[in-house]
Design a protein around this ligand. Sequence first.
Ligand code: ADE
Length: 369
Amino acid sequence: MENLQEIPAPLLAWYDRHARILPWREQPTPYRVWVSEIMLQQTRVEAVKPYFERFIGELPTIRDLAEAPEDRLLKLWEGLGYYNRVRNMQKAARQLVSGYGGEMPQDFDAILALPGIGSYTAGAIASIAFGMRRPAVDGNVLRVLSRLEKSYDDILKQSVRRRFEEELLQVIPEERAGDFNQSLIELGAIVCVPNGAPKCPECPLKEVCRAHADGVELELPKKTPPKKRKMEDRTVLVLVSDNKAGLHKRPEKGLLAGLYELPNLPGRLNREEVLEFVKKQGLSPLRIQKLPAAKHIFSHIEWHMTGYAVKVEEPPAFWENGGTEPEGREIQKAPAQEEIFFVEKEQMEKNYSIPAAFGAYTQYFKERY
Ligand code: ADE
């Protein structure tokens, strides 16, 4: 966007007068920037301040972080939540000790490769601590840029973040890359604030802002909330015949497309309904046993599963997929796409990858029925 060319000068002038005094802004060493940015990811600035001082006081170097006992580390993080953040930091610190002499390398790709560091944090460290011309686009910056450009693109999309990163790369000033990134973050944090109260009269960019020009700043940024997962009841069958297991190939389109699965059907069926279904498939059930319920969470669907183990009589040979043709008898009919077929349990384990959604039930093939 061409109006981004106009932002560095007024933004930096504003930052010089209005930037908050924050502990990590004094001596912005790579380690201090890193620790602060990780803490700030899910926590407010005011809440982070005392944690930051205590953490840096007790573990003043990357090496100290690498060597800290886990209990001490978790204690220092207690109250901040999302403990994986600090576990990942320690993993990264250990990599820095073993590979880089305990120092953060001045190399963007190497920083980005560390555990727990994504493009935002890598960009913040590279620009604030090393002065490298790299963007650092967090939620604040996404909001500021959406409004500046009057962009209705969904800021939760990776592609939108990448586009903003590319556009910023064109305008980050050579001499003050870190201050420029922090000024965008700061503007988002104290002026171009979310939840209906942007302080446009105070904004150094009000003349360049396209959302402000059209009076639509409250409509932006756009975020499509993730859809609620659909709940689905399914009944899963562990079909066994001697040493064979009944399988089914999923349709080529949709969820788990083209993969093999344990036969399953919608709803929460009772024994009678299951037996009826099994007979309809041309199979003769000998015994049925209810199995414990199980749950599997996909990104958009949640399966709540009821399971049954059903022992059936030996199915006709032509049902065997890939089995040898019985002597003197022609295969009458290849199993149709949608039909259940039987394979040796051993073959199933070796040659058919069954999705994890059925993991709670595949174990029952190991039992005797
Ligand atoms: N939020 C995330 N990073 C920040 C920073 N460097 N300064 C102030 N607020 C922030």
